[in-house]
Unconditional design. Structure first.
Lengths: 408, 309, 361
């Protein structure tokens, strides 16, 4: 006689289905758990901080990216709790997956993107990763977890312009620009204001090479300007080519972005040096202290200048003016309505002190300033706002040459 | 500014910038004349630039650097030669691969050398006496590099060899009809190897000129597409070294003028010129008999195997 | 110096496709091993690097979707190139055709005034036509005037690059980007939908997959395809059987240029949502696709596979940049090595060394 079963024997097919479902559910649970674990947990202030840098160019360029990378190294050396990683030469439009990788694979708490073209991608990433802190350099879009930062040179270009005005013998100085965008136009404008302050009839010749980095274009542009009679050179290009070319003809120049003194020790007068670490040190320290979080940086917009020490004047750190040119600058006298009769050397020093002062006593774009078409752009007694500075398309009076995008 | 000083300045710059174009074009002309298309010019130039800079920087002797550039470019071109001539691979793909490899290798190897000025660069020379000749003097003899003169001499020499000597006839025969050349006793593979090697050496020297003389420094990617202009120039010159001389200087003048004329001409238009002109030139030359005399070598890009199909 | 008569090189008979694929994969692996030397030189274990590549390209949702995204333009352009190569037309100009397709799509998106739902289809059609027009020029020059195709397509790449440069710095420069060289962003209706949470713009992917199938059938099974193959394999026979070489060359490049143009549409409408610097739009896809098509032995359907393989390599290169901090130039070394190994393997497949007496006189 068959024994009665205590319970009905489960059908094998049902068992199979059941087993398979349990298996799938557990896998699913594990995946979800793993996924949750991978999702960046928000940074806890006071714990080790990991920052990822996204660069648009190679760190070996002598310009933009190199300066950011040097600042990164300084920050890492300053704070023992800071760890940094970087990815170089990321093409515009491709920063999204790089950022995702840096967050998921490397566990970055903060992401810094160092090119205007990364703006939309950074914003999209910021929305995708609301617990991660983002910083976008040179842009204008922000989010609760995304801030902007910029260190600008326009005050230094003004000081360089003062020196150029004193040193030019032909009355024609030159500026080799990369792209006709507001940033470069603003720098050219400040330079022109400085030159014209010393030499009211000076011509500032503009030339565009349409690349951020192109030694051959920079060389040919400089040679063309030399042939046109210009004898002092400033520029925006990620290499010391302009300085080298000017030096070959015995002409003075100003370095740009990185210390370029070594490339032209006898002919480089001064220049601009970026110190992005001023911003980075401030930003990271405040994140570490819990002042900045992934919810409260919507209105954070670093626009740092001389007074914050985010930029430095000189062709070499600590060398304001090349000693070779000190006497020449002291020999040229200038009449200033407030400071009186003063050598250009002393004028530069005085203006520097005024601009580096926390209350920013002086600004190069003090009115009245006319553009080269005759329109009054800065009325008397006023200055340009940051917005006007970052959207400047007009040319300061005295600038000669092509000026794409010039407003009527 | 007087028109005289304008002309002098422009032509003087033309010579300086046109020299690397000329050197590399002469090399590519020889390679293509023998029937081998080498799209790897950019790769060979930048390898030459890196080799030249690193040796010049290490030894303090710019000529050693140029020599190193020549050797590096030549050795690099042998890869392409081996792939295309011995292995009969697709020349287009091989050339592209060479460019990629050259750009990558030079970038990887040159990483530590960026940011160092080269004090032992090839300085310009001023020929005493000759530089006082009105107009021509300042253009040709003031502050120009020795390599400028070498390039001009090479252009004439290579033209002579190609058109007036037996070697030149062999080269051209190999490029037009390798089967017939083979049957007449010309060693097709050897000629092609030689020509590709010449192409590599000259491209390497051109690259070395860039990093040791023209703008003494190293930055990765510094040739910035010059290799592709060379490929256009080769066609523009109808594969003739003397026309290559004029073509290189013409393009160099255009490049320099694009900065002078910026106020009046859109720079993109001028930058487009070398490439658009190469096509125009080809169209003009395509009619009938002209094609035979001045067109591309008939066997260009076609690998040769004795006794096959 | 003649080799002894008992050693020689002779052509192999055609190998079965699976063997061809296997040998090609073997070549890629060999190249990766060679590249391992470079990894070692950077103090990174090659195995760690390969592991990161596989994991980064295939081992996560981000990885796989990024790989697929990279494959989309390679697929579209690659399919077109197989058709062109079949007609023995060396289209090195896919980069420029991609850009012209992008330009046309941008023009339609920003200035055509078409109603919303019509924008995307119009952009694809326009992009196809733009790329096709750019491809037909060198085709006509070759067919009618006998001008070398490698050179004309290459030159037109650069012309296209400067056209884009001129547009974004000049007439099409946008007002929303603070003076930088970009067009204005596209309206929402001109932006391609993506698979949720990824950057895969699936309409372009579908078009690519469809194209692979359609053109596979076209080349293998239709009369037109037959004519294309005859023109490519035996131009003499083509002429004698009344096939118009002019028509076939132009048709092949219409297809190739058009597909490249549509890849351009995908990039601007799916990824960037505006027109930007040409190098950042084209990203060398046009050149990489040449290798993709070449590796697929001119079989449009096989391009699906080879495009994926190269997408894995591209994605892998991106990954090791981040995970191992390796210099990005290494990717170029990679690609160059892979190519040369592939070239070498192809020779092995075409020829073999024969030892012993020839069996045929």
């Amino acid at each position: 006689m068959k024994q009665k079963r205590m319970y009905p024997k489960p059908r094998t097919k049902e068992v199979k289905v059941l087993k398979r479902s349990v298996l799938m559910l557990s896998v699913l649970a594990l995946v979800i758990a793993g996924g949750l674990a991978m999702v960046a947990a928000e940074y806890v202030p006071g714990t080790p901080l990991k920052v990822g840098f996204v660069y648009v160019g190679p760190i070996g360029d002598l310009g933009w990216t190199n300066a950011h990378d040097k600042a990164r190294l300084i920050a890492e050396a300053t704070f023992p709790w800071l760890e940094t990683v970087y990815v170089e030469s990321v093409a515009e439009g491709q920063e999204g997956p790089v950022i995702d990788d840096m967050i998921q694979q490397l566990g970055c708490d903060v992401i810094l993107t160092t090119s205007f073209g990364f703006m939309d991608g950074t914003l999209a990433a910021a929305l995708r990763h609301p617990d991660v802190i983002f910083g976008h350099c040179s842009g204008f879009k922000r989010a609760p977890n995304m801030m902007n930062y910029m260190a600008d040179f326009y005050q230094i270009y003004y000081l360089n312009g003062l020196m150029a005005g004193a040193l030019t013998k032909t009355g024609k100085v030159a500026y080799v620009g990369a792209f006709p965008i507001p940033e470069v136009k603003r720098h050219m404008g400040a330079y022109a204001v400085g030159v014209r302050e010393i030499l009211p009839d000076a011509e500032i010749h503009a030339s565009w090479i349409y690349e951020w980095f192109s030694p051959t274009a920079a060389k040919e542009a400089t040679e063309a300007l030399i042939a046109a009679g210009c004898d002092v050179f400033a520029f925006t290009e990620d290499s010391p080519t302009v300085c080298q070319v000017a030096a070959e003809s015995g002409l003075p120049s100003f370095g740009h972005y990185s210390p370029m003194y070594a490339f032209s020790p006898d002919y480089i007068v001064s220049g601009q040096i970026a110190h992005w670490e001023a911003i980075y040190l401030d930003f990271f320290a405040k994140i570490y202290a819990g002042v900045f979080t992934a919810q409260n940086i919507q209105d954070l917009d670093y626009w740092w200048l001389l007074q914050e020490k985010a930029v430095e004047i000189g062709a070499d750190p600590g060398m304001f003016i090349n000693p070779v040119f000190e006497d020449a600058l002291k020999a040229v006298m200038h009449e200033d309505p407030i400071l009186g009769t003063i050598s250009v050397y002393d004028l530069v020093m005085a203006r520097y002190a005024q601009m580096a002062d926390p209350s920013m006593v002086y600004d190069p774009f003090n009115g009245p300033i006319y553009d080269r078409l005759g329109t009054l752009r800065v009325p008397e007694g006023l200055r340009l706002s940051v917005f006007e500075l970052t959207t400047m398309e007009w040319a300061v009076d005295g600038i000669v040459g092509p000026w794409p995008g010039e407003p009527e | 500014m007087s028109w005289e000083s304008w002309v002098i300045a422009t032509l003087s710059r033309t010579l300086a910038y046109g020299t690397p174009l000329l050197l590399a074009t002469l090399g590519e002309i020889y390679a293509e004349r023998s029937g081998v298309l080498n799209l790897g010019v950019e790769g060979m130039m930048i390898i030459g630039a890196y080799a030249a800079f690193s040796v010049a920087y290490a030894t303090g002797n710019p000529w050693l650097g140029i020599g190193a550039g020549a050797i590096a470019g030549g050795a690099f071109s042998l890869i392409h030669a081996f792939a295309c001539i011995t292995l009969r691979a697709n020349q287009v793909v091989s050339g592209l691969a060479l460019t990629m490899l050259g750009l990558g290798l030079s970038g990887v190897l040159g990483r530590g050398l960026e940011g160092f000025p080269l004090f032992s660069s090839l300085r310009g020379v001023t020929v005493p006496g000759l530089h006082r000749i009105p107009i021509l003097g300042p253009i040709l003899f003031e502050g120009q590099n020795l390599l400028v003169y070498i390039a001009i001499v090479l252009a004439v020499l290579l033209w002579f060899v190609l058109y007036k000597t037996r070697i030149g006839i062999s080269i051209r025969a190999v490029g037009e009809d390798p089967a017939t050349a083979d049957s007449l006793g010309v060693h097709v593979a050897r000629v092609r190897y030689l020509c590709v090697l010449v192409g590599g050496v000259l491209a390497g020297v051109a690259g070395g000129y860039l990093s040791v003389a023209y703008r003494p420094a190293w930055t990765e990617g510094m040739t910035a597409g010059m290799g592709w202009i060379v490929i256009a120039l080769t066609i523009f010159a109808f594969w003739n070294p003397l026309l290559g001389l004029f073509g290189a200087y013409f393009f160099a003048a255009l490049f320099h003028l694009s900065f002078r004329l910026q106020a009046w001409l859109a720079p993109e238009l001028l930058k487009m010129m070398p490439y658009a002109l190469a096509i125009v030139v080809l169209i003009l030359v395509s009619r009938g008999t002209l094609q035979k005399r001045m067109g591309a070598p008939s066997a260009l890009t076609i690998p040769y195997t004795r006794g096959e199909d | 110096m003649k080799p002894p008569s008992w050693i020689g090189v002779e052509r192999r008979p055609a190998l079965p496709p699976w063997l061809v694929f296997a040998i090609s994969m073997g070549a890629i692996v060999s190249a990766l091993i060679a590249a391992g030397i470079f990894f070692q030189a950077y103090g990174v274990s090659p195995f760690r690097a390969y592991g990161d590549i596989i994991r980064g390209a295939l081992g996560s949702k981000l990885g796989i979707t990024e790989t697929i995204r990279r494959a989309i333009p390679l697929l579209l352009i690659g399919v077109g190139l197989t058709v062109a190569f079949r007609a023995l037309f060396w289209n090195i100009g896919a980069e420029g055709q991609l850009l012209m397709g992008a330009v046309t799509a941008t023009g339609i998106a920003l200035f055509s005034g078409l109603p919303g739902p019509m924008l995307l289809p119009a952009m694809f059609v326009g992009g196809f036509l733009g790329g096709a027009a750019w491809g037909v020029i060198p085709a006509a020059l070759k067919a009618k005037l006998g001008i070398n195709d490698v050179i004309t397509t290459l030159m037109l790449n650069y012309v296209a690059i400067y056209v884009v440069d001129w547009l974004i710095h000049g007439p099409w420069k946008g007002t929303a980007m603070r003076g930088f060289a970009y067009t204005d962003p596209f309206p929402a209706a001109a932006i391609l939908p993506t698979i949720a949470g990824t950057r895969v713009h699936w309409p372009t992917l579908l078009i690519g997959l469809l194209a692979a199938v359609v053109f596979f059938i076209l080349v293998r099974r239709t009369r037109v395809g037959f004519e294309i193959r005859v023109v490519g394999e035996n131009p003499h026979a083509a002429r004698f059987s009344g096939i118009s070489q002019v028509k076939i060359t132009i048709l092949a490049m219409l297809i190739s240029g058009g597909l490249a143009g549509m890849a351009g549409v995908g990039e601007v409408a799916g990824i960037h949502h505006m027109l930007l610097g040409p190098a950042n739009v084209a990203l060398g896809y046009g050149y990489t696709a040449i290798i993709v098509a070449w590796l697929a032995r001119r079989n449009p359907l096989a391009v699906i596979l080879t495009a994926f393989v190269f997408a894995v390599i591209m994605r892998g290169g991106d990954v090791i940049k981040v995970s191992l901090g390796l210099p990005f130039q290494l990717v170029n070394v990679f690609n160059g090595l892979i190519l040369f190994f592939l070239i070498g393997s192809e020779i092995l497949m075409r020829y073999r060394i024969r030892i012993g007496r020839r069996t045929t006189a």
